[in-house]
Design a protein around this ligand. Structure first.
Ligand SMILES: *Cc1c(COP(=O)(O)O)cnc(C)c1O
Length: 346
């Protein structure tokens, strides 16, 4: 059934075979990849090509997420790379379409546009939950992927479990569940359901809770068949040596990640309480992420006033259903204090 969803020409595609695919041993005199045998221009050595399949990293990821290595794909330009590859794997340009649920993360649309893949939309309801009836009405026989973001960006809320289940059960294409902010939510990941739903793909990232946005590492958890085809269409060495090594270091130090998440959650609670006291803020939406969406009557003026004080938030006031809204990332204690001070004196 999954096989039927993949673009036919990719089923028969012969991927690039790298030097490291043809000889997998670790010891030897390596004269097979046209590397610089002498060294690197830097003190730290990077003269050898990295592991194209990041096996060491995947071993630790599998353990951390209680999954099998064959269920894991790593994107070397963040989960943005995963989004792009997933669209390329399933969607025939101009023929197949994807379904988006606005307001949501902008990269799904950009990647679809780049690949000339048409987009259908079914807006979230005013409470920012899925309109499942609308979704099921909107899809057609060419809809290959539905992107669901939970917790959703920019609205910050988790999507109800039952409605995601309904989509997984009734939609015969691929459901991509983007969990970039899952570590800030009080709920388990959907990775536990991967064996039950072969059409489910879960995306996570090292950019948010792990604090490694600069490394550009995204995680895709999916059925091994999907992972296998993603491996076939990815660029050969998509995750750099330094990214593989450094992220492994972070993974082994997950206590620090947990502590940072706790600190951000405490700051979030404090910020919510203080924002609630400001008449300027007319509504604060519930948040399960490391940011809050707030409504104000003068979003543009507030935004500009903050910029003048070198405090940059995201103006989402022109996004449909987010009229009047600013998206504010949780900062450090003193950054949040500066923000509150600026808002108080607006
Ligand atoms: C930040 C974000 C990502 C991007 O993550 P990268 O791994 O940095 O590319 C993906 N999805 C959502 C919803 C995000 O907000």
């Amino acid at each position: 059934m999954l096989q039927k969803l993949i673009r036919p020409h990719i089923l028969n595609l012969k991927p690039y075979s790298s030097a490291r695919d043809e000889y997998k041993g670790k010891e030897g005199i390596f004269l097979d990849a046209n590397e610089n045998a002498i060294g690197s221009a830097t003190d730290r050595l990077f003269n050898r090509y990295p592991d194209p399949y990041q096996n060491e990293l995947k071993k630790h990821l599998a353990e951390f997420h209680a999954l099998r290595e064959e269920q894991i794909f790593v994107g070397g330009a963040g989960s943005d790379e995963c989004i792009e590859l997933i669209i390329r794997l399933f969607c025939e340009p101009k023929e197949d379409n994807i379904l988006l649920l606005p307001p949501t993360y902008g990269m799904y649309e950009v990647s679809a546009n780049v690949n000339n893949v048409p987009i259908k939309t079914a807006n979230l309801k005013p409470d920012f939950q899925l309109d499942t009836a609308k979704i099921l009405q909107t899809i057609d026989s060419h809809t290959k992927i539905i992107f669901i973001c939970s917790p959703n960006n920019p609205t910050a809320n988790l999507i109800h479990r039952e409605s995601i289940l309904e989509i997984l059960e009734k939609f015969e294409g691929i459901v991509v569940l983007d969990e970039a902010y899952i570590d800030f939510a009080d709920t388990p990941s959907w990775t536990t359901e991967l064996d039950r739903f072969p059409n489910l793909i879960v995306l996570q990232t090292f950019s948010k809770a792990w604090g490694m946005a600069g490394l550009r590492l995204g995680k895709t958890f999916a059925n091994p068949l999907i992972v296998n085809y993603l491996n076939k269409i990815k660029l050969p060495y998509n995750v750099s040596q330094i990214a593989q090594e450094t992220v492994l270091e972070g993974l082994k130090n997950s206590k620090k990640q947990q502590n940072m998440v706790q600190e951000i959650l405490a700051e979030r609670q404090n910020l919510l309480e203080e924002l609630g006291k400001l008449p300027l803020i007319t509504h604060i939406f519930p948040t399960d992420a490391n940011f809050v969406l707030v409504r104000t009557e003068k979003p543009q003026q507030v935004y500009e006033d903050l910029v003048k004080q070198k405090i940059i938030v995201r103006n989402r006031s022109k996004v449909s259903l987010c009229e009047g809204c600013l998206r504010i990332t949780i900062g450090t204690r003193s950054e949040n204090a500066a923000l509150l001070e600026a808002l108080r004196s607006f």
